[in-house]
Ligand binder design. Structure first.
Ligand SMILES: NC(=O)CC[C@H](N)C(=O)O
Length: 389
């Protein structure tokens, strides 16, 4: 009898991964049939594939995982990161891996990765030389690509070249929730699962540009009642909710065309409301402060990127997922750099010197990844406390 976490060997369809430069990688399909396109990026995290697939920031990106064995721990109903609708919903446009194990084994697993990808309609490919692929992406930069089951190599290359690219693409409003909602679930604990915040000290309004659930859980854990609002909510509507603080979320796509979010954030920050931004939210805060963003060559996607906190000199190991960055040279005088990447010297965080506002480019909420920067959430709480005093 087939165990729900087993996979029958030799049953996969032939599939092709093609890059816009014409590179072809034959493999086998481990997800839905059909085809998909997107920007092909590589992520160096050794695990956390369920959180990565469900992170809305990966919308229109085909994720290559450089760790060779993916799927070993199956998937479970609790580790999804998409807060908008079912947490288990996959947002990545596709998945590229080296090897899918025949057997998944974990006490929390309820489904095999392959069955999950099929159920979610996600096209995915295994048997790929991900080291070769990653060397191409590192030397030439992130590229548009396609995965296809049942198409020729030429047809798959044509699909890859047909993807319009993420530059200039406004996806925050696409990933965002349509209706405002309240969030109270706290962080997951072994044996207890998620708790509920029923005695909140603060009210946070969180802009949903594609927000990850663990950000909301970490805010709730620290005593916040969170009202999550759609990406295009105006500043007046947010201020009318009388928030103690405003949060600008992570999200997919290019931050520069998100003019609605840039304008609203500018108004809210100028009003002196404590504001915290993560990843796309950090980029939006920079644009709202007058700085500029740029597209990176291949971005940062992984779970062990060293980042230095300039005030203390301490080096933090961080979770990262971004393909755009704030150009530090364009930061105005009222922005002070707080964090720098030790991989490439790029800007990782800044604070406003004239307003209670700060932001971080990586992912302090982890999921997946290390927890070194959880203290940034405590800093946001301190800003809200200070504004009450
Ligand atoms: N995780 C994120 O919020 C990503 C932000 C933005 N889409 C980028 O790629 O840089």
């Amino acid at each position: 009898m087939k165990h729900p976490l087993d996979r029958a060997p030799g049953t996969e369809a032939r599939a092709i991964l093609a890059l816009a430069d014409g590179s072809i990688f034959p493999g086998h399909g481990i997800g839905a049939t059909g085809h998909t396109t997107g920007e092909v990026v590589f992520n160096t995290a050794m695990t956390g594939y369920q959180e990565i697939l469900t992170d809305p920031s990966y919308m229109r990106q085909v994720v290559t995982l450089t760790y060779p064995h993916i799927g070993n721990t199956g998937v479970n109903p609790e580790d999804g990161e998409s807060s908008n609708g079912p947490a288990a919903r996959v947002h990545a446009a596709g998945l590229v891996i080296k090897d899918l194990p025949l057997l998944a084994s974990n006490f929390r697993a309820t489904q095999a990765l392959s069955d999950y990808l099929k159920a979610q309609g996600v096209v995915a490919i295994a048997g790929i030389d991900t080291r070769k692929l990653t060397r191409i992406l590192r030397s030439k930069g992130a590229q548009n690509g396609a995965i296809a089951v049942g198409l020729s190599a030429d047809e798959t290359v044509a699909l890859a070249r047909g993807f319009e690219g993420l530059g200039g693409m406004d996806l925050a409003k696409v990933a965002s929730v349509r209706e405002r909602y309240e969030w109270r679930a706290t962080e997951w604990r072994l044996g207890a699962g998620h708790g509920v915040q029923d005695a909140p000290r603060f009210h946070v309004v969180a802009y949903d540009f594609g927000i990850k659930a663990n950000i909301l859980r970490m805010l709730a854990q620290r005593g916040c009642r969170v009202t999550v609002v759609p990406a295009q909510t105006g500043a007046a509507e947010v201020l009318a909710l009388a928030p103690d603080g405003v949060f600008l979320s992570n999200g997919p796509g290019d931050p520069a065309p998100c003019d609605y979010a840039i304008a609203a954030s500018r108004d809210i920050i100028e009003r002196g409301v404590p504001t915290f931004g993560i990843c796309l939210g950090h980029q939006i805060m920079a644009l709202a402060s007058g700085a500029q963003t740029v597209k990176m060559k291949f971005g940062h996607h992984g779970a062990n990127h060293p980042v230095q906190d300039l005030a203390s000199g301490r080096v933090m190991i961080t979770s990262q997922n971004h393909g755009f960055a704030v150009d530090a040279a364009t930061l105005p005088a009222n922005c002070r750099v707080t964090h720098v990447s030790l991989f490439d010297g790029s800007l990782q965080g800044f604070e406003r010197t004239d307003r209670p506002a700060f932001c971080f480019q990586g992912h302090p909420e982890a999921s997946p990844g290390p927890h070194d920067l959880g203290t940034l959430f405590d800093r946001f709480i301190s800003l809200m406390e200070a504004s009450h005093a």
